[in-house]
Every structure is written in C-alpha cells, then in structure tokens.
Design a protein around this ligand. Sequence first.
Ligand code: DGT
Ligand code: MG
Length: 241
Amino acid sequence: PEIVGEVKFNHVTFAYEDGEEVLKNVNFHIKAGETIALVGHTGAGKTTIVNLISRFYDTTRGQVLIDGYDLKDVSVESLRSQMGIMTQDTFMFSGTIKENIRYGKLDATDEEVVKAAQAVKAHDFIIKLEKGYDTDVNERGSRLSVGQRQLIALARALLADPRILILDEATSSIDTQTEKKVQEGLNVLFAGRTSFVIAHRLSTIRNADRIMVIDEGEIKEVGNHQQLLAKKGMYHKLYMA
Ligand code: DGT
Ligand code: MG
C-alpha cells in the first residue's frame, strides 16, 4: 500500500535476542509530515526505536502501526521502498557525485540530479569542484568535507522522495558555515514527509516539530524546544549544560 506516514507506537517493548528490555512500554503517535527529533544519552534506545520503524527488528510486545496498519502485516520491501534511511554508513557510496545522488532514483535525468542538489544547497559547492558532478567522491585530492558529503546524501534522499525519512545524524562536528547549509538542506528534505531524526546538532533539534527525550528505554519528555526548555527537566540539562 501507499504510505501516508502516520506512525504509532502502541505499548512497545523490545529486547535484543534474550537480553534485557531496552525499550519499555513506549507510546507515541506521529502525524504524517511531522519532524521528530530523538535525543538522549548514548545507549538510551534512540536507534532501537528507528530500527523498529524500519523493521530491522520487530517488537517483542506491543505494536508499531503505520497509517493504522500493524507493521508486521506490511511487507518489508513495500515499507523500505517508501522509506529513506540515512545513517553515518550510508552517507556515501563509491563513484562520482552524480552517481551518488542518482542512487536515490536510478532513472533520474541529469536535470533531476541537479535540481535535487540545488534544492538542498549542494549545487554551489559541486560546480566549484574541478570536475563538478563527475568528481569521484573517494578520489584522493577531491577532499570532500564531512558537511559536503552530508549535502550529497541529502540530495540523494530528496531525489528518492520517501514518505518516511529516518536520519541517524552524524556526531562529527562540522564548521558553522557548513552546518548552516546542511540545516537548510535538511529543512527542505523534511518538508512534506514524516521525519525521525536522531539529532545531535542543536540546530536540527530546534527545528523539530516535536522532541522526544529518551532515557533508559523510555520516553521521558515530549515537546518542542521552547516547551522542553521551560520544563527545566532532562532536556534542559542535556542542552543547556
Ligand atoms: P547512541 O547511538 O550511542 O547515542 O545510543 P542509542 O540511544 O541509539 O542506543 P541504542 O538504541 O543503540 O541502544 C539501546 C540499548 O540496546 C543499549 O543498551 C545497547 C543495546 N543494543 C543496541 N544494539 C544492540 C544489538 O544489536 N544487540 C544487542 N544485544 N544489544 C544492542
Ligand atoms: Mg544510536
């Protein structure tokens, strides 16, 4: 079925193999099109939550529902074809920049590739490279920065146009100028699709419709940046320390 992108966790509990429960009775309801930031300490359970949405794992107890359908009844292929998943490992493949972007939609024309790059503000730096879109991303000497690699990955994700986007944001620090560019690209990418971002950058978190603070497998706080700051709880401690 075509996915709209409403996501619901209904009393979700999860344990890897026979280990202890790493998610404990997680409940939330995300409307189609919302941008959700997941924040929390290392080991809190953020990646585990998105692993259940993408069906890399299935719940131990409780349900994950997409558009009201129990995810266990949706085929993994059908689900993944409408889902964009970006992790540190998937930021870059080998080949040229053009090939890297086109990977999002294999039959894309050159014009579509350039349009996607322009939309996420990657085009300007690409055309300044000696070989432009034909630059080999892994070639010594092409020296793409972390931020530039991320922009290329954003263009690829935009071209794929998924209904649900999952982004496990890189922790690596990038300079403020590039961060601004990446954030602008992310705003374009998130618009009109349900987006889950495991966010480390304050700029991403601030822009989210809702932030979920995860701790020891539970949702401890939910709200936008202003609301959570005003609460002076865990979020306040994490980001105002
Ligand atoms: P991060 O990425 O370091 O900020 O941490 P999170 O919040 O993404 O944590 P997550 O969901 O990867 O891990 C939650 C707990 O589950 C933590 O105690 C480690 C454990 N865990 C994660 N992946 C696996 C796995 O593949 N197998 C087993 N047995 N345990 C895992
Ligand atoms: Mg993680």
